[in-house]
Ligand binder design. Sequence first.
Ligand SMILES: [Zn+2]
Length: 90
Amino acid sequence: MTETQTLKLIAAYDRARNEYSIIVHNQTPKEAQSYLDQWSRHLRPECSFIVLDQTMQHRTEDETKCRACRETILRSAHIEPPPKFTRRKP
Ligand SMILES: [Zn+2]
C-alpha cells in the first residue's frame, strides 16, 4: 500500500530569517497530517510548516542531510528570494 502513496516531506520555514529546516521526510499523507496536528501550535509565530509531495522515496536516513529534500524545497516551495537552509529546528 505505502508504495502507491505519495510520500511527503515537512519543512519549517522562518519568515523573519528567510530560512528553512527539514523536519521529516518519507511520510505517508496520514503521518504528515498527524505531525502537523501535533506540532503546528508549538511553532513560533514567524514560522510555518511547508508540506511538499516527494517524487520518490528519499534514501538518506537523516533528513537534515537529505539533498533531495533541499532540492524539492527550492523547486517546489515557490519562496522568493530562495530561503537559506539551516539545520536548526524551530
Ligand atoms: Zn528527503
